[in-house]
Design a protein. Sequence first.
Length: 190
Amino acid sequence: MSPGSYDTPMEVWNQDAVTAARQLIGYRFYVKLGDGSLVGGVITETEAYTADDAASHTFHGETARNSVMFSGAGKLYVYFTYGMHWCANIVTGPDRSGQAVLLRALRPDSGITYMRANRKGRPDAELVDGPAKLCQALRITGDDNGAEINEGRFVLRTPLGRPPTVKATTRIGIRHDQQRLWRFIAISCD
DNA sequence: ATGGGGATCGTCT
DNA sequence: GACGATCCCCATC
């Protein structure tokens, strides 16, 4: 695949979560600040969650918390966990199928100063190397649950360089369906 | 370098 | 009432 031939962000999130999670590695995710500047970087780690997957919030059907995952692709699903952490997902297609891609890590390329301020005292290598750290660095909270990507303050863009090599492994922190290799990690990435 | 446990509260049974 | 799609600190090697 040559530069310029990437699927658009909308084409990516309209697919099922597993396909989208793999493809999103190398895409770029940002929050737009009030002054128009971007904070974020290259997506280097994702996980897929589907409705027939016991590890997913949607496995037991629609509830108040997970309703955004059933409300159409291209939105942000943000949930609160362990009494203190936020985690962010991109809802994928098919619409209303209860699927999403957890954003687990970025390689920062914009707004480092903002991320350092939100992750005070942490070395640069630990600014956005986990799902809750990512939300902390970009100040994503429950207020952002349901936000439409590329229509408001959240920006998803195609890769700049060559597509990365991607490795699939077991997902982190789950008890059920550990045999599914639905965690995707960038090995080499431009 | 690696591993165990505490923090902390919304969500669902 | 139990447990989590986690992180951080501290102990130990």
